[in-house]
Design a protein around this ligand. Structure first.
Ligand code: NAD
Length: 288
């Protein structure tokens, strides 16, 4: 079997086009332009690249972009006052604080300060609670992107066995909640799971969100399963340039899976697209 390659880049472009149309129609109907504020405190070069990409794509979709690039030594008080002012700003519909934060800042404390109606990352406990009780929430962007990619190849998720490897608040847990809300039978595997390979082999839908390069091999995968690879890992190459790989050994797994996302070009591009979709949704809710 050679798996269908699920093209996250092409799908993300489609989502961005839909968001651009949505922005135009909100401007026409209510005179409102959605605005996204991104806050970066310190941050390594990867975080700075993420923020630059978010700003660029926000503007490309016709939204307003606000960014606060703060020094790594920024105090809790100074950060909180920026969040308060963004909460109160009617031009800002979505607020994203880039994680991780420097050690002296508690990310939970900071996320809780964001108005849940502007929490387009879906990390505020109010949105997390809504997600787990099937309420109306902002859904974290990476799992939301994965769900959209999954539905593009398998609209009938109900009753399927799903295994999510990884239990982070950003990916693993919300991914499991989304699959449960779609009536899949869901298992969450993690670093303490025993017989991980045989757990994974039960999965009709396998989501890998671990951060271990090419950990999932062909013999971990049920023939025909759909595999969503969230991992982004840089590995060394002979030419010294290095390359990005996922948590799944793509070439090996493609021999067994029914459909699989590549890295790069899988859930990664969908994450920003879903952030923009959430921001548009926040702006729509603000006028309804
Ligand atoms: P994390 O470190 O917070 O969580 C990793 C999870 O993997 C943990 O729950 C841990 O229990 C589990 N784990 C670790 N070793 C394991 C093992 N040997 N067997 C089974 N489980 C194991 O990471 P995260 O933030 O959830 O990110 C996971 C991966 O996804 C990373 O590679 C990250 O770069 C990537 N990521 C990608 C996107 C995207 O936009 N595509 C977004 C977020 C994260």
């Amino acid at each position: 079997m050679t798996a269908t390659r699920i093209d996250g880049k092409a799908f993300a472009e489609k989502v961005c086009d839909e968001v651009s149309e949505g922005v135009k129609s909100l401007q026409a109907s209510h005179g409102v332009t959605p605005g996204l504020a991104v806050v970066l405190v310190g941050g390594d070069s990867a975080s700075q690249v993420y923020v630059r990409n978010k700003v660029r794509q926000t503007e490309a979709c016709g939204m307003k972009s606000f960014h606060h690039i703060l020094d790594a030594t920024t105090s809790r008080g100074a950060l909180m006052s920026i969040i308060e002012s963004l909460n109160a700003d009617p031009e800002v519909h979505g607020i994203l604080v880039q994680l991780p934060l420097p050690d002296h800042l508690d990310s939970r404390d900071v996320i809780e300060a964001i108005d849940p109606a502007k929490d387009v990352d879906g990390f505020h406990t109010s949105n997390v609670g809504e997600l787990w009780t099937s309420g109306e929430s902002f859904i974290p962007c990476t799992p939301l992107g994965c769900l959209k990619l999954l539905k593009s190849v398998e609209p009938n998720i109900a009753g399927k066995n799903a295994v999510v490897i990884g239990r982070s608040n950003i990916v693993g847990r919300p991914m499991a909640a989304l699959l449960l809300n779609e009536s899949a039978t869901v298992a969450i595997a993690h670093s303490k799971t025993q017989n991980l390979q045989s757990v994974c082999r039960q999965a009709d839908i396998l989501v890998a969100a671990v951060g271990r390069p090419q950990m999932v091999k062909a013999d971990w995968i049920k023939p025909g399963a759909i595999v969503l690879d969230v991992g982004i890992n840089r590995i060394e190459t002979d030419d010294g340039k290095g390359k990005l790989v996922g948590d799944v050994d793509f070439d090996d797994a493609s021999k067994v899976a029914g459909a699989i996302t590549p890295v790069p070009g899988g859930p990664g591009p969908m994450t920003i697209a879903c952030l923009l979709a959430n921001t548009l949704e926040a702006a729509k809710r603000s006028v309804s």
